[in-house]
Design a protein around this ligand. Structure first.
Ligand SMILES: Nc1ncnc2c1ncn2[C@@H]1O[C@H](COP(=O)(O)OP(=O)(O)O)[C@@H](O)[C@H]1O
Ligand SMILES: [Mg+2]
Length: 233
């Protein structure tokens, strides 16, 4: 089984503003150890401010750790430059965010086309993008400006955009956090279905423990450390 993410003794400290204009060191991540096998889904829960987004940023190579080892696709991220990390992400890593992060002046189709146009993809890109919108049930809305779509529909466009490049690894940071419960469950079901269909490795940050329980592994982030949670059989 291929290991997609391997992390040991990862730490993240930042200098944060403190009282009387002082700066103090904030220990966000103290000792993170984690190994994720290709094709599996891993949930990370934790209270607001516990460092979940910081951890995702490190795992994706968007940010650099203060200490520890971190390998993505067997490449030591701490030895790569920012450009090299971006190249490693390109086409291999997808993201879904709480607040959708769609380009508001573009249509659903144009949003899904964008990562194809930025990457080294050939063929009929429009057909590929439409097929991705089909998979999230939005082909009929392809020409709509995304601002005309509901929150749930916008997140489905974001899922189509994330999966259209067939990433090996997908990071989702509270993807249902801005949606009502029913819509959130629909979007989550779609996310899990796409993950299985594409055999994507999924790292899912969520507040929703019922979603976390559906993942292959579940960790709770507390005081800068991950604690494995028992999954219901
Ligand atoms: N660059 C930074 N400078 C100062 N504080 C930060 C920085 N990044 C994150 N933090 C703080 O670290 C903590 C963890 O943030 P975050 O990872 O966003 O938590 P979560 O996603 O679990 O809500 C928060 O208290 C946040 O304010
Ligand atoms: Mg967060």
């Amino acid at each position: 089984m291929e290991t997609v993410i391997a992390v040991s003794h990862l730490q993240k400290q930042v200098l944060a503003a403190a009282a009387n204009n002082n700066k103090e060191t904030l220990n966000i991540l103290a000792d993170i150890n984690l190994s994720i096998v290709a094709g599996t889904s891993v949930a990370i829960t934790g209270t607001s401010g516990s460092g979940k987004s910081t951890l995702l940023g490190l795992l994706a190579g968007l940010d650099v750790p203060s200490a520890g080892r971190l390998a993505l696709f067997r490449q030591d991220l701490t030895k790569l430059s920012e450009d090299q990390r971006a190249a490693l992400r390109l086409g291999k890593v997808g993201f879904v965010f709480q607040s959708f992060h769609l380009l508001e002046h573009l249509t659903a189709l144009e949003n899904v086309l964008l990562p194809l146009e930025l990457g080294k993809h050939s063929g009929d890109l429009k057909q590929v993008a439409l097929a991705a919108l089909e998979q999230v049930g939005l082909v009929a809305r392809a020409q709509q400006l995304v601002t005309k779509l509901s929150g749930g529909e916008q997140q489905r466009v974001a899922l189509a955009r994330a999966f259209v490049t067939q990433p090996k690894l997908l990071f989702a940071d509270e993807p249902t956090g801005n949606l009502d419960r029913h819509t959130g469950q629909e979007v989550a079901a779609l996310l899990f279905r796409l993950q299985r269909d594409h055999q994507t490795t999924l790292v899912l940050v969520t507040h929703d423990e019922s979603l976390a329980a559906q993942c292959d592994a579940w960790y709770r982030l507390m005081e800068g450390r991950l604690q494995r949670q028992e999954q219901a059989a």
